[in-house]
Design a protein around this ligand. Structure first.
Ligand code: ACO
Length: 390
């Protein structure tokens, strides 16, 4: 063994690998700033199209600028033939939605629009953002034996996604509930998928490649993936008086309560509060308030129990807990939770790509070599058959 260096940091934890004006995460204060605004100010007030403009231009749009962006997005919602064809074939294999999204996103560079505008990053980014809801909705319907619904050009980005999933124009409360969710998760520092997108962008590769790689990173269960199990837990609890015994049993067995704890946040995740309020408004207008009350109760008991079982760990509610409630209230199946997250986060990935492109510096860290250095060459006939998968 040789070549040992002192500064290997597993997981790059705490390593500053980029500078950004897009979002700042303060895990001690429980603060999330997006594009200069506190999340609590931005998410409940902005439309998702305003969030897109803000992240890509570092300023909120004027009415005219917003209208222009809305029109550009609306006209790019229809999927290219090659993409729809691929989705039809993938649906026959019943592949998970995130896999279908990854495969379909990569076909967008086949569309004449993206190919023709290879140098026009604005057009490519618009085409990607506009296509994500169409891909997810079309694939979901194909998986369920239904024909895809053609996108509407009149509805907002959020409302059109729900429309393409169900074939019905959503009510105001649901469209707004989804929009607040999309606003809330649009960007979150240098998380794994965003870092992936930046690495690809740093090689001066194209945006479709960067976004396709980022989907691959997001689909891993260590990155997304907790809202489904968090919702399962609430349904298994079923009624308020069962919350404490149910969760005590999990904790006594050394299991984790899904939707609680966070690597960065040591206080309540600020996104949990925004989503909890959005869920309350949505459920009050058009939903099962009994479920909402049960979720609030489960949260309260969970935080108390986590303090009792893991004192000093500061295990608080994370974004996934209320994501589950909100997306369930919109009628989304748990399999659609991660793809719906991607429909929002693709905007952040692209904004980070734009920032990375400005630096004109390839992201190229080092690896510490921990292998041998003085092995002797052995002729093929003299080698042992011992197999080592490294
Ligand atoms: N339930 C019970 N115990 C927990 C939980 C939890 N949800 N989270 C952490 N702990 C415990 C651990 O068992 C550990 O205890 P120990 O030191 O006695 O062994 C201690 O708290 C510290 O745990 P770590 O895993 O070191 O904390 P870390 O910061 O690495 O974990 C994580 C963060 C992975 C999110 C963790 O809290 C967890 O597994 N939560 C449940 C899954 C979840 O909700 N994931 C979504 C996170 S949000 C997101 O990804 C966008």
């Amino acid at each position: 063994m040789s070549g040992k260096t002192a500064n290997y940091i597993p997981g790059l934890e705490g390593v500053v690998a980029a500078q950004t004006r897009l979002s700042r995460v303060d895990g001690q204060k429980g603060e999330l700033i997006i594009g200069g605004y506190p999340l609590e100010t931005l998410a409940p007030n902005a439309s998702f199209e305003e969030m897109i403009y803000l992240l890509w231009n570092s300023a909120l749009p004027t009415a005219l600028q917003l209208e222009s962006l809305q029109n550009k997005l609306a006209t790019k919602r229809e999927l290219p033939f090659a993409t729809l064809d691929l989705l039809r074939n993938v649906a026959k294999t019943r592949a998970p939605v995130m896999d279908a999204l990854r495969m379909a996103a990569s076909t967008l560079s086949l569309s004449s629009e993206v190919a023709a505008n290879g140098d026009d990053i604005d057009a490519d980014a618009i085409a990607l953002v506009a296509a994500f809801p169409s891909i997810v909705a079309a694939y979901w319907r194909l998986l369920n034996g239904q024909p895809p619904v053609m996108p509407s050009t009149d509805l907002s980005h959020a409302a059109n996604y729900l429309y393409m999933l169900t074939g019905e124009t959503p009510g105001e409360a649901k469209a707004r509930g989804l929009e607040i969710y999309l606003n809330t998760v649009v960007d979150h520092g240098l998380n794994a998928s965003t870092f992936t997108a930046r690495v690809i962008a740093s090689t001066a590769s194209d945006l479709v490649s960067a976004v396709t790689g980022a989907i691959g990173a997001l689909k891993g269960p260590l990155h997304g993936g907790a809202p489904g199990p968090a919702l399962d837990m609430v349904f298994e609890i079923g009624q308020p008086d069962k919350a404490e015994p149910y969760m005590r049993k999990l904790l006594n067995n050394g299991e984790r309560l899904m939707g609680f704890g966070h690597r960065v946040y040591k206080v309540r995740d600020p996104r949990a509060e925004v989503l909890s309020q959005a869920a309350q408004a949505m459920y009050a207008a058009d939903g099962d308030m009994q479920l909402f009350e049960l979720v609030k109760h489960v949260e309260k008991v969970a935080v108390e129990l986590l303090d009792e079982y893991k004192p000093g760990r500061n295990l608080q509610t994370n974004v996934e807990f209320y994501t589950a409630l909100l997306l369930h209230g919109l009628g989304l199946h748990a399999e659609l939770f991660s793809p719906t997250f991607a429909i929002s986060r693709v905007v952040g990935w692209l904004a980070h790509c734009f920032e990375q492109q400005q630096t004109e510096r390839i992201l190229r860290p080092r690896a510490e070599y921990i292998g041998e250095t003085e092995k002797k060459w052995v002729a093929i006939g003299d080698r042992s058959g011992k197999f080592s998968y490294v």
